[in-house]
Structure formats: C-alpha cells, structure tokens
Design a protein around this ligand. Sequence first.
Ligand code: SF4
Ligand code: SF4
Length: 389
Amino acid sequence: MALIDFKENIDRCLKCGACLYGYNTWMPSCPSGERYGFMSYYARGRLDMAYGLLAKQINWNAKLNHILYSCADCKTCENACTEQTSVKNLDIILEMKREAVERGSVPVEIRDFLENVYHFGNPYGKPRQKRGAWAEGLNIETYAGQEYLFYVGCVGSYDDVGQKSAISFSQVMLKAGVSFGILSEKELCDGNEVNRLGETGLFEDLAGKNISLFKDLKVSKIVTISPHSYNALKNEYPRLGGDFEVYHSSQLLRDLIHENRIKFSSELNYKATYHDPCWLGRRNDIYDAPRQVLESVPGLDLVEMKRNRVYSFCCGGGGGNFFSDMIGSGGEMAPSRRRVREAMETEASVLAVACPICAVMFEDAIKSEKAEDKLIVKNISEIVHDMTG
Ligand code: SF4
Ligand code: SF4
C-alpha cells in the first residue's frame, strides 16, 4: 500500500471532524490534539497533511514529522471514525509513518528509538546482558519448559518504575505456585512500537527472532505485563508463524484469584480508580479482567473516572512517546497530567494501572502536579502483592 491508495478516504475525512470528541460522549479524546490545541495535532489534521502531501501542496519537513509522531496511537479517534465513517484513519497515519521511515525523515527521537532497538534490543540503548537484572535474588527461574513463559517487555525490564510491575507480578505468581520462567538477556523487544512507528522491516526481523527462540524452547503459553507486548504476541505474531497462547497478567491474576490460589492476608481501606490502557482496552477489548482483580481485593473501593473503558483517555506514552516524548509530557496540558487530575476528581488515593508504560507516565505526572500526597500509582499486581503478605 501507499498513501495514494487511501486518497478517496482522505478526501472523505476533510469534510468530517467527528473524532475530536469521543463518539457519543462529547468529551475531548485525542491526547496530542488536546495537548497542542491545533487541528493539525488531531487525526483530522494528520489526514489533512496526507491530502496536502498527495496534492503536492506541502512537503515533508520537521514540523510535519513532529505532528505525525506526536500521535500516541491510542485509537480513540479510530473508534469515533469507524462509528461514523469508513475512513481507515489510523491505517493512513501508519502509512505516513512508513513513508517517513522509508524517506529517512523521522525525527531524531524516533531515529534513536529505532536504532537502539536495532542495536541493543530495547529502545533505551541499555545492555542486553542487564535485561534480567531486575530479577536477581528473587528466585525466578530461567525459562526451561515451565507452563508459562513470562515475557517481561522493555519497560518492565529496564525502567525503575516499570520494574515494580515485573517484580510484583512475578512475586504473586511464585506465591500462587505458577510454573513460569523468564528469558533474561535472551529476551528481545517484541516490536509492537517499532511496527507502529512505521519500521515494518525491523519489526518483522524482531518478531522472526522471537518466534524462532520461543519455538526452540518449546513455549506454548506466554504471559506478559505489557499490553503492547500482548498485542504484538497475540495479534501480529500469528501471521508471521508464531501461534502461542497469550495472556495479559490481569487475566492470569483474575484466574488465580477465582481458583483460590491467591490468599489475601489483610484488608485495605482505600478508594482506587482504574485507568484502562489503550493497548489492553480499545485495542484488545480487555476491560473486565483488571476490574475483577480489583473488585476481589478486600476493602478496596473501586470508583470510575469520567472517561473509562472504550473512552479511556490515553496516558500519552503510546506511539513510542514514553521514550521520544514528542507529545510533550512536561506541560500542564500533557495527557498524563490531565488524566491524573481526572483521577483526583474521583477522590481515589490510588491510580491503578495494568501497563508499565502507564505507570511510568503517571508517576512523573503526579510529581509534576505536586500531588504525591494525594495520589499514588500502582500496578494491579502491586496491589495484589501488597495484600498477600
Ligand atoms: S479521522 Fe475519521 S472521524 Fe476524524 S475527521 Fe477524519 S473521517 Fe472524521
Ligand atoms: S491515535 Fe490517539 S493521539 Fe493519535 S490521532 Fe488518534 S486520538 Fe489522537
């Protein structure tokens, strides 16, 4: 496909604008549009740019690339778009990203992301030998035919905040007697973001290497804490020959609680609100499992934010923004800070997440909002771990 193949859809988009607000809610929904406040930063503006490129009214330049890559790939616009039109708006934005990669004109932050993944197997450019350092001293086995491969992902492996999700989830699995192992330095980026940033060749290379490693190790079930990894493993790998049973950690936690394999040893007394991660909710339709986990925790009062489930407002970390920060997460209108303010409106004292990227984005946003005494962010596995003594 090329951009020209979408011309008719692009023409239709220019007469619309429905995606500025969540379908049927009239609540602002596009994190990059709301962050910058210009039409060009909404999906409609990006498709305007596609029209301009095709009509040769504009050229590829740094500003256009910034607008393109500040998209958090959260799919809120596509939900509104497909409710009302047949414009494949995110396919068009992805095609623009592919053209940007082919032309070698991606922003330097995106170039660094892709080059780091290519050279080191993670976007941070950290040594591959350190990938399993978070698990040292925790009695976690290396994968060797156990029931589950615990695929940790780059953020859970290398980021201090992300590691809290990896540690708590593995501790709960150990307590529940789950048979699992990790790959440590053998684990390689799953490539979900690489794919969505338009680097199809690198994605297929990563996926191919992961699939052949998993097959060599005779992996059949994979569990991951990352909704982004979940998406790549579950929805992208099968077409490349990798057909595994894939679970998100929230699904396994829910099942372990239902099977009475997790015993709560104390009772909480706080209100928590749950943030639906884009790649778990809108992308993969998993809304109930994390809520069922939280509802099972004794003494936890679960309250909903105004925008929840399919209308959840993105943390701004998707589309590689947790690393590239093209979306500008420092400003007051940053999506993560808006979402933290929305969480505080519920009077919850805990913002529960089910994605290491969301945890990283919100932890920073809570500091920027100077709200550390009002709200803390915890992965649902941390909440369960706290309660199991
Ligand atoms: S992206 Fe879809 S919903 Fe948004 S303006 Fe274009 S056609 Fe309308
Ligand atoms: S995917 Fe999200 S950030 Fe990108 S244009 Fe759509 S609503 Fe905006």
